[in-house]
Design a binder for this molecule. Sequence first.
Ligand code: ADP
Ligand code: G6P
Length: 509
Amino acid sequence: MGPGEQPEYSAPLRRERLIVVSNRLPFRFRRDDQGQWRADPAGGGLVTALLPVLRHRGGMWIGWTGAVGEDPELATALDAVGKGAGYALKSVPLSEEEVHNFYFGFANEIIWPLFHDLQSLCNFEPEYWRTYCEVNIRFADVVRSNAEPGDFIWVHDYHLMSLAAELRRAGVKSRIGFFLHIPFPPLDLFLKLPWRMALLRALLEYDVIGFQTLRDRRNFVQCVRALVKGAEFEGRGHVLLASVPGRMLRVGSFPISIDYNAFMRQAATSEVAERARELHRLLPNRKLILGVDRLDYTKGIPLRLRAFESLLTRYPELRERVSLIQVVVPSREEIPEYRELKTQIEQQVGKINGSFVRPGGWVPVWYVYRSLARLDLLAYYRAADVALVTPFKDGMNLVAKEYCACSIEEDCALILSEFAGAAPQLARGALLVNPYDIEGVADAIHRAYHMDKGERQARMRRMRRSIREYDVFWWVDSFLRAAITKDLRAFPQPDSYAGEVVEDLPVLF
Ligand code: ADP
Ligand code: G6P
């Protein structure tokens, strides 16, 4: 179905209240120097994608504030922020130990690395699992005391995979959907998880499960087939009907996206244009290459820096003609791997700049380590001639889509990892690279540098068209439609879905 077309289900959907549940609320609360609670915008793809959905539809968002413990003043601050936002905000308080074992521990030291194919970084600590189960029960209590019959409860991401099971145990009958923002691993990796059966059974308590790509959905189906006796799947499109002992559910792929029009409109403002021009004034007579990432080992920043170094070494004529702006957003700083990564990146930037810098002039790498205001981020997107998005593995990667949306002149290039969830959709416009291939990435930058304007624009136009068509509102509609449509056989199941060919393996492999 194309954008703007009204699906037949839209009337019942409009009546239902949407309750979004995720670990991360869209604001992080912290006390300022005067002891007052302050709400800063939270980062990451989940919040970026869901914010416009909640603003558009209203409803309720339940999650953790980012603060430790309970505090009546925090509840008041949360209410006030919720009133201004146009949807209700409810918090699930976490103690220091829970933050440690559940958020940093189970979610980010086990599931995050395992689901990103980095098993060697997993810390399979049994206490983490126990706390994960307890915290999922706590989330279930808060959902139960806020939800009414008929609400659609939509749970997000790997922190809350057991939530539906806990809600069912407590007698909740509402429809419950789950969307996984990160990849789902292949069977041989999933099998490493000591709690694989409990987790898989818990997931099967949802009514609909959404994955980012067909590959993730296939991995999930493969795990269920291997581990759950009697499981069967029916259907050929992007949404399958699953039957497991005792219940039926739907399993689909729904590539997440952005509010394309909002990004495009804001990027077109004179304020953003002026900031982008200012960047070119500061870094004149060269092409700007941009990397924007949360500080995370899945994003492939050290190898990207190696690729940039290789470019300057193997193509010396590009020295002084390019600069890399690498923006890194602080993230999960309590986890040792994240701290070590920060040191590693800083050392690499120092080494490259030390080797190639021209005194009084060109600096090869501009390194920015902080969260940026939205307009500044958009100015970076608008100013950049090339975006370098090279994760080792990524659920989707919204930075790639935001960059395209903000590239109003369409005169720029996107270099994109084959292993980002966005790759199948953007394959016809981006220069796809293997992020482990240092010289291959350097060659792609060289190619982007020399690409003629006609090709740059044609590629960018193709990607922008797809992102505009399959925006975040399309995503939410497709998911809810899959959840609510009574007869899945009558559900439109196109051969190609947001750029992915449903029947064959995804375009790349
Ligand atoms: P992930 O969810 O793993 O962090 P994504 O690329 O999907 O990766 O999403 C990152 C989100 O964080 C994007 O929506 C992007 O706009 C936002 N973001 C990235 N860098 C910054 C920054 N420096 N300041 C503020 N927001 C940022
Ligand atoms: C990824 C995850 C989100 C998470 C975000 C930021 O996008 O899929 O669930 O919110 O990273 O990470 P954080 O740990 O700060 O919530």
